[in-house]
Design a protein around this ligand. Sequence first.
Ligand code: ADP
Ligand code: LRH
Length: 466
Amino acid sequence: MSKYYLAIDIGASSGRHMLASMVNGKIQLEEVYRFPNGMDNKNGTLCWDVERLFTEIKNGLKKCKEIGKIPSYMGIDTWGVDYVLLDKDDKILGETVGYRDNRTNGMDAKVYETISLSALYERTGIQKQIFNTIYQLMAVKESHPEYLEQAKSILMIPDYFHFLLTGEKKNEYTNATTGQLVNAKTNEWDYELIDMLGYNKEMFQPVSMPGTVVGEFTKAIQEEVGFNCTVVLPATHDTGSAVLAVPTNDDNAIYISSGTWSLMGIERKEADCSMKSMQSNFTNEGGYDHRFRFLKNIMGLWMIQSVKKEFTEDLSFAEICERASKETISSIVDCNDDCFLAPKSMIEAVKKFCQDTEQQIPETVGEIAAVIYNSLAKCYGDTIEEIEALTGEHYSTIYVVGGGANAGYLNELTAKYTGRRVSAGPSEATAIGNIIVQMLHDKTFKSLPEARTCIGESFDVKIYEN
Ligand code: ADP
Ligand code: LRH
């Protein structure tokens, strides 16, 4: 009988339950459940509906039971930086505010009253993003100091779901690092920094590495979903899981984890907390086995997701790609401009950028999408040059993984703007990376290189020559 491993991968745009098993030496992956995700505007604040997400998590578990494929192990990964604060009764304090909410405006200055940006980078290696947990907690300290006083635990979103399933609280390492509060040398919460900022130290628990067992389902969950399962920590930061599934063992590989965000970079054994890296806006996110992801956050397909919602025609992503590929418009926007983070209208934001920079203003669906795809690819081209300048290496192939690997037109543009070969796939890399850690825990693989070789043999990739 097959042994099943379940990854619940919740991205900012959708969540899915992916079941995996080994068949003839290859990983076989099956999607059993999918549900939409996104931030809701709750009286002017952008929030995650964690209650609904947890119901969806349980719905997908029930689906596994229904189809008779009970996982032995499971783990959850989500986007980074967001968290809940729990009181003494384990109830969430306040709303679960999402990272695109503007409550962090001005919170960087507040943090820098205590510690400079460069000192922060030296300690954490994490790129400044106004939405990092460090700035979000400052917003709480400013507007609801009582929440910080009452909080008994801080759990990142996947940690919270693991807690609801098992009753066990763990602070998983990879997601913790995204918040800019973990020390890049000790790989532990930077308690000195936390203290300096006046955040309640008691709510943080020692970080746990991917591969750690969280626990078994509580009795109540077992009764509700109809089975028991061992929860193992994957790299709970989705990007951490996605990069584990880059299908190569070449140490000189450059990847783009392409989804709501495009995360472009390389894997390294040590964090580079130099001022040069800071000035180029590169981050060092913690990974499995303390492999660091030296990468840049690029606004990514969020821009396409947003315009898709505004188009009057109901088009699929494939159709939008197709329309864009027929256009010749050459306008380019700076994808990393803050104006694209959470605009009221993405279409208007793109048009305004083109107008302000005296370029052709896109009007049709195809033109708007073409400007976005071309701008992303141009940004990938600039980023690869920056990485090469910083590392002195040359990278010949770009490995695109994640949902964006399905965007053929964008892959063609990436090859064109970077002048490199593009390998696209697997598109479910995040779920695969999540599962790989469960399988490593279960000794299905002896090492990550062995697992990556198996990923390469199990999933198709498409090659785009420049
Ligand atoms: P996240 O995990 O951040 O929610 P995904 O990795 O699921 O994101 O990627 C979703 C994105 O992938 C979509 O926003 C879309 O732009 C792109 N995408 C998925 N399928 C296709 C397709 N067939 N053609 C073009 N783009 C696609
Ligand atoms: C991608 C991602 C990214 C973070 C952002 C908040 O889903 O996790 O790595 O920077 O969301």
